[in-house]
Design a protein around this ligand. Structure first.
Ligand code: ZN
Ligand code: ZN
Length: 378
């Protein structure tokens, strides 16, 4: 991803802060920090913060102070090399980081006013911020950033397209595996999937791979276990990888050898039709809940309404689950650039499950499917 992308996002974030009446934003190692700077790091016990001042509302940010990092000294080189944030101040082990936090907020004029903090920030850091700015009012970063992150820019879409290709190629490999999968345990197969995702250019897995064989497939978030893959048994495979930090998330339900139970074919066809109906309904201006309804109607009409007990989809970005949620009651209108999953399922307790999941991007007049591999069970 080019450096300009992140600088431009920081400017848009500052503008959003002004619009929402906030004076500044404080991130710690999080998806928001990655979105704004490209710096991806797991949270740790040392204070590592990025402060983004909103700038002057009266002049619409004409006098915008620069965003500034406060990082442990051992991170300085890394942060300077991997981000385009010029202002980086450090504190060393043995210093009191809370003093550095107070100084930073003071220098940026942010010891009062309204400050937004990362939704996922550890309490230890939010408490220190409160002490450093006792007169400030507080809110969550999502108030300003969710609206930016929900519409993906071209750099994000390119990464997600590449991650989706890795998932599609892996599904093709699974079909070729066929009867060779028999006797592998669910977790063996999950490991095999992880290897194939990496071979197709993916970076790790974007969440714990789900391999649900037979009755385990009826538990939507099963994970994997030591059950062996058997002939004639549907297997729910839900997996993803990342490219440039952006995930894919795809589900296919496959039968590796011989024929599934007679009712399974009807279930699979119903899920496939439900998914197609939901994708067909995607266009800008349509409420997210309408997409959920489109899938649910097909499944209800087939008599399996009670067996589809989760939402139809979720937004996907740096977080695998984010806005917009495709769920009853969400009247948020779809906009070009939003990316979300369409993943209806039918789960028959004690017998089998079936889910088919693809990602779509809302376009100017409909949607682009990020996944295009066969949706059949064979
Ligand atoms: Zn999934
Ligand atoms: Zn999903």
């Amino acid at each position: 991803m080019t450096e300009d992308v992140h600088a431009e996002r920081r400017e848009r974030a500052a503008a959003r802060l002004r619009e929402t009446g906030a004076d500044g934003l404080v991130c710690f190692p999080s998806r928001n920090l990655q979105y704004l700077t490209g710096f991806a790091e797991e949270p740790g016990e040392r204070h590592l913060l990025l402060v983004v001042p909103a700038g002057d509302r009266a002049t619409d940010g004409a006098s915008l102070p620069e965003p500034e990092f406060l990082v442990p000294a051992l991170y300085e080189t890394q942060v300077r090399e991997e981000t385009t944030v010029d202002a980086v101040r450090t504190w060393a082990d043995g210093d009191d980081p809370t003093v550095a936090v107070r100084d930073l907020l003071g220098d940026l004029g942010l010891r009062e006013g309204r400050l937004l903090v990362d939704d996922t920030m550890w309490a230890t850091f939010t408490q220190d911020l409160r002490s450093a700015a006792p007169d400030a009012a507080w809110g969550l970063a999502s108030e300003a950033l969710a609206d930016l992150r929900v519409r993906k820019d071209e750099a994000e879409l390119d990464a997600m397209r590449a991650a989706a290709v890795a998932a599609d190629e892996t599904v093709r490999d699974l079909r070729e595996l066929g009867a060779d999968a028999l006797g592998m345990t669910e977790c063996d197969l999950a490991d095999w999937v992880a290897d194939r995702l990496a071979a197709h250019g993916g970076e790790g897995t974007s969440f714990e791979t789900i391999v649900g064989a037979g009755p385990n497939g009826a538990k939507p978030h099963h994970g994997c276990g030591d059950r062996e893959i058997r002939a004639g048994e549907p297997v729910v495979l839900d997996f993803g990888t990342r490219v440039d930090g952006y995930p894919s998330d795809q589900t296919r339900t496959l039968v590796f050898d011989r024929e599934p139970p007679a009712e399974y074919e009807r279930v699979h066809e119903t899920v496939r039709e439900a998914q197609a109906a939901a994708v067909e309904a995607v266009e800008p201006g349509v409420a997210a809940e309408v997409i959920d309804r489109a899938a649910r109607e097909v499944i209800e009409d087939a008599g399996y309404g009670d067996a589809f007990f989760h939402r139809t989809g979720h937004g996907v970005g740096l977080d695998v689950h984010e806005e917009p949620y495709v769920v009853a009651g969400n009247d948020r209108e779809l906009e070009p650039g939003m990316v979300f999953s369409v993943e209806p399922g039918i789960y028959l307790d004690g017998r089998f499950g079936c889910r088919i999941e693809d990602l779509v991007v809302v376009t100017g007049d409909g949607c682009e499917r990020l996944n295009d591999t066969d949706r059949g069970w064979r």
